[in-house]
Each structure stands twice: as C-alpha cells, then as structure tokens.
Ligand binder design. Structure first.
Ligand code: MG
Length: 389
C-alpha cells in the first residue's frame, strides 16, 4: 500500500547577515555548485519524497533559477519577513493539493544525508513530528555581562536541533496558523506550542548549517575528504569465434599476430566489447548492440575503440566518473601476457583514467569448452563508476 504523499519545503529566503559574501549563503558556491543546488538534489533524488518546493526571497529569483536549473520541482514560493512566515507561506502553497507528510529543511544544510531524511519520515509513524538533532557533548556555560561564567548548565538531555523537521502536513499547517510568535526559531517549536509530540531522531555533525565563511570552508573540506556519490558496477561478457583465415586478432585495442583472425561484424575485439557492456551496464544504458546494431553497415569492420569512446562519453554525460575497469580474456592462444601492458595503456588512454585503475588479465579454460578447443575467445569485464549522490 503506498504511503501518504510527501513534500519537502526548502527554506531559502534568509538574507544571511552573518555571512561575509555579497550573496546569501544558500547561493554561495560549494564544491563547484550553489549550496542550494546540493541541498535540492538530496531531496529531489530521495525515493521517499514526491514533491519539492523552495521558499525564496523575491530578490533572489535569478540566483534561484540558476541553482534549481533542470530540477523537476514545484514553482518557488515567496518568503516573508521572518523564517516563521516563510515556512507558513511554503505550507500554504501546498494547500490545494495537500501532502500527507511534509519535511521542512534549511537550504543552508547541503550535506544532509538520505538516511537522516529517512529516519525523520519513519518517525512520523509514531509521532506528530520529528526533528534531526545531535546530542550536546561540550560542557555548557552561561555567562554574565562581564563575560565571566555565571553558572554551568547541565547538558544531560540537551540536543542541538537541525533540519529536516518532519510533520504530518495538516497538523503543522494548523500549528503555524495558530501562532504569530517570531521568537519560535524552528518548526519544532511551533509544533510544541501547539501541543504536538515531536521526536528527536539522529542527525549528524556533517549536517552542518552554513552560516559563516568558516562553515563553508568546513563543508568544502567534508566534501573533499569524503568522496560523494555512489558506486555503480557494470559487467560485460562477449565471445567471438575464430574465422577460417586471417593473420592476427585484435584484443583490447592491440593487434596480435595469430594463425587465424576472429570473426565479427566489427574488428571482433572481444575484450573491448565486454568492456563497453560493463561501462553501459554501470549506468544502466543498454548494451553494445543497442548503441551499435550489427545490422548497421556503419560498424562493418569498425575499430572497436570508437565503441569504448562512446561508452566513456555516455558515462560522463550521466555525471559519472570511471573508478576502475577489469577485463579478463579467456583463451588458450594467443598468449596475452606479452601484450598485457600495452592493452592496459590502450584502455587507460581510451578512458582517460590512470593506468593503475585498469586491469587486464588472462586465463585458459584448461582445454575445456569452446575456448579450450580453440574455437574462439571469450572476455568478461567489470567497470565501477562513481555517480553523484
Ligand atoms: Mg562482440
């Protein structure tokens, strides 16, 4: 049974008086893209979120259009004078087609992880609201006006509230409409005021709020030290039979003298064909036959390196980075060993990745099966590709 539909409201209307740059912090560049864009991606790509809208300051329309380009999201909503009013505007904009659940998130928390979003939503099965939070570990002091310690505040049971904050839509809308108290600094406080029970769910130190230039530098550092994205794996397999004649075979782009050639529509480079299928598999983009049908005369006798270059470009278009590839050639003859280094160099150049990320191996089948009977050559390949999270 499908659950209630879930919307996310990204609050990006703040002016960021504590931030040193010209533009508001949510539009500053982080890892080569605006902070808001990174935040949006976390929600747009989350499997449990159906709709996303952003509350913006009307003056930031151009910055917003740039940050949200190509995302399929609802039109932006204009914010108000305070965060509370901005959230209320965002909630009200969903009223015509109300979601069951809503997540409210600060645009300036770009490193929110999918599991925090999941925990927040799951907690709504048992509570009216849920707030991502981290426990306070430092000892807390309250100061007097002279800057001396007045007292030590017990930290037991104290948490730092983050976002997302998740609620049942009807209840949080009603709670927001019931107050105009701008001292309530988050939506949990609005919910508490309305008497709703709000659960704390595990947030993360990495889910920091970019408030100052130092925060931005720290977020940059976190991005660099923890490579983002997910690894996708693809596998490929191919076989070509020996032809009656010929004086060489082409394996992984290298021509190797041999008593017979390999039969095939193209140059029959079984190693590169397996590699192409592995790359296509990693980005779920079909197989070599989809892109280069044997019925197409353009590929008759083709140099298979063009197939590899095409697959490489498709990976790049999908935003992917090839991490490594591993090809195994399966044959009794010709001997692969003497050519292995040249094959690795060839693939490394074709894919534009360092040679230490390319492996070419060879095995026989101990005389068994078609390759053992020297009827043909088989190859299998694996490719791993890092795709942005
Ligand atoms: Mg083939």
């Amino acid at each position: 049974m499908p659950g209630p539909s879930t919307a996310a409201i990204i609050v990006a209307a703040g002016r960021g008086s504590r931030f040193g740059q010209e533009m508001p912090k949510q539009y500053a560049m982080l890892g080569g893209e605006p902070v808001l864009r990174r935040t949006l991606r976390a929600f747009v790509e989350h499997p449990r979120i159906d709709r996303v809208t952003v509350v913006i300051h009307p003056d930031d329309r151009g910055l917003y259009e740039n940050a949200a380009a190509d995302f399929k999201i609802l039109p932006p909503v204009s914010g108000g004078a305070t965060r509370r009013v901005s959230v209320l505007n965002g909630l009200s904009a969903l009223e015509d087609d109300p979601p069951g659940r809503v997540l409210i998130h600060d645009a300036a928390r770009p490193l929110v992880s999918p599991d925090i979003i999941l925990r927040s939503l799951d907690a709504l099965d048992r509570c009216a609201g849920a707030v991502a939070a981290v426990p306070v570990h430092d000892t807390l002091k309250q100061s007097d006006e002279a800057g001396s310690i007045r007292r030590t505040v017990p930290r037991t049971g104290l948490w730092r509230a983050q976002t997302p904050q998740a609620f049942h839509y009807d209840e949080i809308l009603k709670a927001h409409r019931a107050t105009n108290d701008d001292t309530l600094t988050d939506d949990a406080a609005v919910a508490e005021r309305a008497g709703l029970t709000v659960a704390l769910v595990e947030g993360a130190e990495e889910n920091l709020k970019v408030t100052t230039e130092q925060d931005l530098a720290r977020a940059e550092m976190l991005l660099r030290t923890a490579p983002s994205g997910t690894i996708r794996i693809g596998s490929g397999y191919d076989v070509h039979r020996f032809s009656a004649n010929g004086d060489h075979v082409t394996l992984c782009g290298i021509a190797i003298p041999h008593e017979k050639g390999l039969a095939g529509h193209s140059d029959a480079d079984v190693g590169l064909h397996a590699l192409v299928d592995a790359l296509l598999g990693a980005i779920a983009a079909g197989d070599i036959g989809t892109h280069f049908p044997p019925s197409d005369q353009r590929w008759a006798g083709a140099d298979s390196r063009i197939f590899v270059e095409h697959a490489r470009d498709l990976v790049a278009e999908a935003g992917g980075m090839i991490e490594n590839v591993d090809v195994t050639l399966i044959c009794e003859r010709p001997r692969v060993g003497p050519h292995r280094q040249a094959m690795c160099t060839m693939i490394s150049e074709l894919l534009a990745i360092p040679a230490n990320r390319v492996s070419v191996k060879a095995t026989t089948t101990e005389g068994l099966g078609f390759s053992g009977r020297r009827e043909g050559i088989a190859a299998q390949a694996i490719a791993s590709v890092r795709i942005p999270a």
